[in-house]
Design a protein around this ligand. Sequence first.
Ligand code: SF4
Length: 333
Amino acid sequence: MIINDSTLEEIVDSVIGGDLISSEQALALADLPSERLSALFAAASRVREHHFGNRVSLCGIINAKSGLCPEDCSFCAQSSHHATGVDCYPLLDQDTLLAGARSVAGHGAACYGIVTSGSGISEGEELAQVCATIKAIRAEGQIAPGASLGTLTLAAAEQLKAAGLVTYHHNLETARSFFPQICSTHDYDDDVATVRLAKQVGLRVCCGGLFGLGETMAQRVELVLTLRELQVDSVPINFLDPVAGTPLAAMHQLTPLDCLHTIALFRLILPDVHITVCGGRQKNLRELQSWVFLAGASGIMTGNYLTKEGRQPADDLQMIEDLGLVIAKEMLR
Ligand code: SF4
């Protein structure tokens, strides 16, 4: 199908009216040439404003356990299959995790993610320690606790929910059709099952992907349609910042416009879902970072990423103020 200005307007009106766009429409939007992207960004911005007004929200994370992961994700600094020289350490103690929560809350973030490397957290001492930390964060009441601990069992999901966890984060990373090219040590369905389990126990689910791995735009559409089917609550969008020593060290697929095109596509397909731009923002968007909101994102991750330094939070706060946007104290969905 051909997308001209009037069909784009019709699509936006119908999305705002509550309709879902079809896969044919999604693929046509993914195919738009660069000279049509400013119209697409305006459309995505209209949809964001309809659902979130001028409010955006921030999140922050801590790398709570780093390195030595037995999985072989081809982009990841923390896989034991790649010689990246990343810091390796066991689960941080509760005082350090709590200090991280206070710091992230102090930068205006609504959600604090405790992130551990590995296929999944061990269900003895480690899980108990994370649950105790979640309870302590809830008791302080400054920020909503989130966790990203790998694949889950039902028992672990229930334990996290009972401890007061608000959000479980687990990325699918890429489309099912591309996943075998980036990971051979587990199945896509393992990740889908964890997303379903987290939803089943009543956790808010944050689930998205990483772009610039060599996937096509059609595969980005495939991923976002899977996320829509899974009814995730929040979608993090990451852009590859290649790590020396990984198989993708020389991969430089993305331009700033590709990144914005992807964000706008996600906004139109997931009109009322909170979309947060996370890792690789500085590296891939460069001078166009502030455009993420104009392309439809409703949040950004602030502070450091898992294994790379982020921008100063004060610079992010200034950027948001300069855009006339307001930081919501609560999560946007
Ligand atoms: S992305 Fe997660 S599961 Fe994959 S290698 Fe890195 S830490 Fe392990």
